[in-house]
Ligand binder design. Structure first.
Ligand code: NAI
Length: 328
């Protein structure tokens, strides 16, 4: 039995990891704190580390883990933009869960688009107060509108299928287009110019950082909707806010935010949030913010637990790493 240190633990993580850990011969020490250079020492007596989207796996954190003899970090997520892969190379193995439920994220994306457009969140609040007025709750038909999908991997392609079901026109941008695509690829500029709605489904990389910024927003249609269920720093939040204030952007649905690690997944309802951009965005009637929950279905969490524990077992028992993330 090997022991792993599990960081940024939430009650729902324990439910699924506890249910399956014995089957994979893994024991787990749960830490509520996020993993960073200060907390990395907590992994000292473990053989592996499990981390999540808002943990900080920078050089100093990885150095401390290496000094403690940790040879493997399993990310219990698909993205790994928070890991210094360049430093990790050759020193510590990084594995991930490449796919746990692309349907969960794609379905949530459509849910957010529908909510933003038809204002269900506002309608719900009104009727709870017996306010049955529908003034200001009008949206537009999705049927016949053009949606620009940035990134046509697993999630993007399922989302495209869902949009086709609504009778929408699809424009897609991906530097590595799928060969078997049954939708139209265009370059990013054309996607910006022609889309009524833009939805982001690409990873956060050097190239995609701030892909939505003042320059790209200027090319977009007046009143465009932006949907982001990918990673916060795909959008320059200051530029987004200014363009929502001016009316150029007609609405935004954000499941992720570039500074989310200080806030998301925590109950801060009794504190003052010192992020004026986030506060202002949340205050807008045409902005919907959720707390990185697009992945959050029972199926997804169960798959995350099984794949993560399987990644550890494979490494400890066989020495192979099917889901290793490599620095290129
Ligand atoms: P994937 O790896 O299957 O697809 C990503 C696609 O983006 C690939 O086709 C790739 O060629 C493309 N791409 C790479 N760089 C690009 C660029 N600069 N511009 C446009 N496209 C680019 O990944 P998957 O599973 O579809 O996930 C997409 C993203 O969704 C993840 O990277 C992650 O950030 C996010 N995600 C968010 C979750 C949430 O709960 N909100 C949960 C899971 C993933």
């Amino acid at each position: 039995m090997k022991t792993i240190s599990f960081f940024d633990t939430k009650p729902y993580d324990k439910v699924y990891f506890d249910a399956y850990k014995a089957k994979y011969h893994i024991d787990i020490i749960y830490h509520e704190t996020k993993l960073n250079k200060g907390s990395a020492i907590l992994a000292k007596n473990s053989q592996g580390v499990c981390a999540f989207v808002n943990d900080t796996l920078d050089r100093e954190t990885l150095e401390t883990l290496c000094e403690s003899g940790i040879e493997i970090v399993a990310m219990r997520c698909a993205g790994y933009n928070n890991v210094d892969l360049k430093f990790a190379k050759g020193k510590i193995h990084i594995v991930r869960v490449p796919a746990y439920s692309p349907h969960a994220v794609a379905e949530a994306t459509m849910g957010m688009l529908l909510t933003l457009n038809r204002k269900f969140h506002r309608a719900y609040n009104r009727t709870r107060e017996y306010n049955f007025s529908i003034n200001g709750l009008n949206g537009f038909d999705l049927y016949g509108k053009t949606i620009g999908v940035v990134g046509t991997g697993q999630i993007g392609r399922i989302f495209i299928k869902i949009c086709k079901g609504f009778g929408m026109n699809i424009l897609a941008y991906d530097p590595y287009p799928a060969q078997d695509a049954d939708f139209q690829y265009v370059d990013f500029n054309e996607l910006c110019e022609k889309s009524d709605i833009i939805s982001l489904h690409c990873p956060l990389t050097k190239e995609s950082h701030y892909i939505i910024n003042q320059k790209s927003i200027e090319k977009m249609k007046q009143g465009v909707y932006i949907i982001n269920t990918s990673r916060g720093a795909l959008i320059d939040s200051d530029d987004l806010l200014e363009n929502i204030k001016s009316g150029k952007i007609g609405g935004a649905a954000l499941d992720v935010y570039e500074e989310e690690s200080d806030f998301f997944f925590e109950d801060l309802s009794n504190t003052i949030v010192h992020d004026d951009v986030l506060s202002r965005l949340i205050s807008m009637p045409n902005v919907l913010v959720t707390s990185h929950q697009a992945f959050f279905t029972n199926e997804a969490i169960e798959n995350i637990a099984k794949t993560t524990l399987g990644n550890f077992q494979e490494f400890f028992d066989v020495g192979t790493l099917t889901n290793e993330v490599c620095y290129k």
